[in-house]
Design a protein around this ligand. Structure first.
Ligand code: OGA
Ligand code: NI
Length: 358
């Protein structure tokens, strides 16, 4: 019986590899499946039994991710204190009155939709798993490593190595996307100042380290899902970056791990979600937390979001390590490129932080 089970298991694993490849080869992503009219999700997307069973035991916390009002300079100390508290406890907060016009946020969401819903041929030409491509479209960055594929597609715009030639940005979203990139980069700079102050170092400390130098913009598209209880929009993960600024539309589904339970990060019109990434957890010497989060799949949709990752300097190599806060360092020094190599050769639900623990 054991042998039979093993044989079945092997056969299943074999099929899975074939099915992943077949899905990848369509170059149409999850939206391609939905357009083809699937009413059941293909097996490669179904979460393993142990995960689905575990889900039944999860409670939900009704606590709210902190919302921080950035307007006004007269209470800067108070803003810094709120950011410190949120970064130490939740690793997540939402910001309002951040100076990016709500109209630009709405246009950005619209143009993400326009990219993903345009003619298939244009998207297929951009379909690639080559991480050195500055602009690429794909589905499931960890397709061949994860236990179950996620119900989402991604347009990635990378400014990690050198500048971006504006003409490389797909025409359907070029103008708005470049404007958003400019604005969110400015906001990222302001937040890095506030976070520096929250760490009791000079306001320009994190900026001077080049935290905002390399940036990746992940334009996510979560198509409506016929069986949302069996899969996820994005598996639980922490972000392999210093800082992430997330723009989400009004559908909802983002959850963050807090006190061993999942808490919703409800959409707030005009707000942006900010979260601490792995690299800032290391640099803050464990003071700030890079926290697991995920996105539920949904009958409703599509859901759009844009994650702006601030990744630091990868080229030429620059050594980063914990700031000296008077206590012994918790982590080894690291190169951004090495950290990324660890992250991108695994399933996204495996953080690289432990590897760097002293
Ligand atoms: C991410 C992420 C959340 C979302 O891209 O890393 O966590 O709401 N995205 O799309
Ligand atoms: Ni994330």
């Amino acid at each position: 019986m054991d042998i039979l089970n093993n044989v079945d298991h092997e056969a299943e694993r074999y099929n899975r590899a074939d099915e992943l490849k077949a899905f990848d080869d369509t170059k149409l992503g999850v939206k391609g499946l939905v357009d083809a009219g699937v009413t059941k999700i293909p097996k490669i997307f179904v979460r393993p039994h142990d995960e689905l069973a575990e889900e039944l035991n999860y409670g939900k916390v009704n606590l709210q991710v902190p919302v921080i009002d950035l307007s006004g300079n007269d209470h800067r100390m108070e803003i810094v204190a709120q950011i410190r508290e949120a970064s130490e406890t939740w690793g997540f907060f939402q910001v309002i009155n951040h100076d990016i016009p709500t109209s630009l946020l709405e246009e950005t969401i619209d143009c993400i939709r326009m990219f993903h819903e345009q003619e298939s041929e244009v998207k297929m030409k951009l379909y690639s798993r080559e991480r050195m491509n500055k602009v690429r479209f794909d589905s499931n960055i960890d397709l061949y490593q994860s236990r179950a594929a996620n119900w989402r597609d991604t347009l990635t715009i990378s400014m990690v190595v050198g500048d971006l030639d504006p003409n490389e940005v797909p025409a359907v979203c070029r103008e708005t996307m470049l404007e958003y990139i400019k604005e969110v980069t400015k906001l990222g700079g302001s937040l890095l100042e506030l976070l520096s102050e929250a760490l009791n170092v000079e306001p320009n400390y994190l900026q001077d380290m080049g935290c905002a130098h390399g940036r990746i913009f992940a334009c996510q598209y979560y198509p409506p899902c016929p069986e949302p209880e069996l899969t996820l929009g994005a598996s639980k993960h922490t972000d392999a970056a210093f800082l992430t600024l997330l723009l989400q539309d009004q559908i909802g589904g983002l959850q963050v791990r807090h006190r061993d339970q999942w808490a919703d990060v409800p959409p707030i019109a005009g707000a942006l979600v900010v979260n601490i990434g792995d690299l800032l957890q290391i640099v803050s010497n464990d003071k700030f937390k890079s926290v697991n989060h995920r996105v539920l799949a949904n009958h409703n949709g599509p859901r759009m979001s844009l994650a702006s990752f601030f990744k630091g300097v990868a080229v030429p190599p620059k050594v980063y390590g914990p700031i000296n806060d008077g206590s012994p360092p918790v982590y080894k020094d690291f190169l951004v490129s090495d950290y990324m190599k660890h992250f991108f050769t695994r399933s996204i639900d495996k953080s690289g932080l432990d590897y760097y623990k002293l």
